[in-house]
Design a protein around this ligand. Structure first.
Ligand code: 5AD
Ligand code: SF4
Length: 441
């Protein structure tokens, strides 16, 4: 038996991929360990989205070198994910401790690559094979209460700041039947909430069982029919792909949770144009309005980039205006990071670092205030919580509200994997403290 230590960087797609890579290696005799020092293989599943994320890999590889030296030839170090795809064999040159480089479309080949590495080779596989890796991977193993399911990969949008179209390739959707089959397996193995994943998940257009094509709205409806599944979510979406069928699914499907991560990046039409986002600020507001008509309790989350090349004070002010107009429950915001090979990186009107720092602080202050206000509104309210795991303290369970807020409450373990009604007793910085009505009575 060999031990596998996996570290995942970046997005939820990588979390999903890491799970499937571990499953792919299981038949080759690898079992998971949480201790890198006892591992026979260390697998780093990397992220290339911003410079900081990519640099993290190389600093971690530096720290692995002594471990590798101590283990002699026994330890295999594999770099997977988007840095692997983007940098390929350059990684082997830069980091002597690396034995395997494997891109996101090739990880079904990991057992072969591991065998080659054990024989002393340093294989690199960053192909985009014609045949989908999904057809070659073993069936899903045990599942937690919440599970991820990749339904779509890649992106054809080519936002001018983003490496994803280069690292993850063209948009491709899995056939609906394959998604439904994986969802049923996960449900049978304990999943109660599914988060459908894709770099551009609402661009989903999978082959349908009836020979046509399904969009994401239709897919959600089909998944909602699986009785064990209590909750559905999807991420990450693009405003331009928010079609009426999907909005209608938010209206009609109780299982589709009222929380949507819908990145807007900027509130300035000039920036949105230069970013090649394919919509204006007003379009985003219209979409938010439509969603709120369809599902009045829906909460929105977003991504923002400050300091995109050419961003003026007025452009940034437009972003703050949009944030005030929409009101976000949660958000991620980033300083623009020039990425090799992307058009925006070549522009000569880059925004100075101190300006980026200042804008990021101002935006984050506003977003944190909105998030705090959103959460504060829950004091005393009754919410439905899906309990996912034991809490930090004895006798506690931890779960999520429909709005993805972390909730903990004193509750019996029999409630694991079930939805319970909880009264919010206190709003803490990172979670809601809940009380079961039975406990309160
Ligand atoms: N610089 C900063 N942020 C970026 N993102 C993507 N590319 C860049 C970049 N070059 C952000 C976007 C995207 C999120 C996943 O990462 O906001 O929605
Ligand atoms: Fe990147 Fe834009 Fe595609 Fe999102 S839509 S993955 S930001 S290119």
């Amino acid at each position: 038996m060999k031990k596998l230590f996996v570290k995942t960087y970046g997005c939820q797609m990588n979390v999903y991929d890491s799970a499937r890579m571990a499953e792919a290696l299981a038949p080759a005799g690898y079992v998971a360990t949480a201790a890198p020092a006892e591992a026979d293989m260390i697998l780093l599943n990397t992220c290339h989205i911003r410079e900081k994320a990519a640099e993290k890999l190389f600093s971690d590889l530096g720290r692995l070198a002594p471990l590798k030296a101590r283990a002699g030839g026994r330890l295999v170090v594999a770099v997977a994910g988007c840095v692997a795809q983007a940098e390929g064999d350059e990684i082997l040159r830069r980091a002597k401790s690396v034995d395997i480089v494997v891109g996101p479309q090739s990880y079904h080949r990991l057992p072969d690559l591991a065998a080659a590495a054990e024989r002393g080779a340093r294989p690199v596989d960053t192909e985009f094979p014609a045949e989908s890796k999904f057809d070659r991977l073993p069936a899903r193993g045990a599942s937690g209460v919440g599970a991820f399911l990749s339904v779509q990969e890649g992106c054809d949008k080519f936002c001018s700041f983003c490496v994803v179209p280069y690292t993850r390739g063209a948009e491709a959707s899995r056939p609906a039947a394959a998604v439904l089959a994986e969802a049923r397996t996960l449900a049978a193995r304990g999943a109660r909430e599914l988060t459908l994943l894709g770099q551009n998940v609402n661009a989903y257009h999978g082959a349908a069982p009836d020979g046509g094509t399904w969009g994401l709205g239709r897919l959600v409806r089909a998944l909602a029919e699986i009785p064990e599944l209590l909750r559905l979510r999807y991420t990450t979406s693009h405003p331009a792909d928010m079609d009426d069928a999907l909005v209608a699914a938010h209206r009609d499907e109780e299982k589709l949770m009222p929380f949507l991560h819908l990145p807007v990046q900027s509130g300035s039409d000039r920036m949105l144009r230069d970013m090649n986002r394919r919509h204006r600020a007003a379009d985003y507001r219209r979409i938010a309005d439509k969603l709120r008509v369809a599902r009045p309790d829906i909460a929105l989350s977003s991504d923002f980039i400050v300091g995109f090349p050419g961003e003026s004070d007025a452009d940034f002010a437009a972003t703050l205006d949009l944030v005030r107009a929409i009101g976000f429950a949660q958000a991620f915001s980033f300083k623009y990071s020039p990425r090799p090979g992307t058009p925006a990186a070549l522009r000569d009107d880059q925004v100075p670092e101190p300006v980026k720092v200042e804008r990021l602080a101002a935006l984050q202050a506003l977003l944190s205030e909105q998030q705090a206000r959103f959460n504060a509104g829950f004091t005393g309210r009754v919410v439905e919580v899906l309990f996912e795991k034991r809490g930090r303290h004895a006798g506690q369970l931890a779960g999520r509200s429909p709005w993805l807020q972390a909730v903990h409450a004193a509750a019996p373990p029999t409630l694991l994997g079930r939805v319970a009604t909880v009264r919010v007793a206190a709003v803490e910085p990172n979670s809601l403290a809940g009380v079961l009505p039975e406990a309160a009575a």
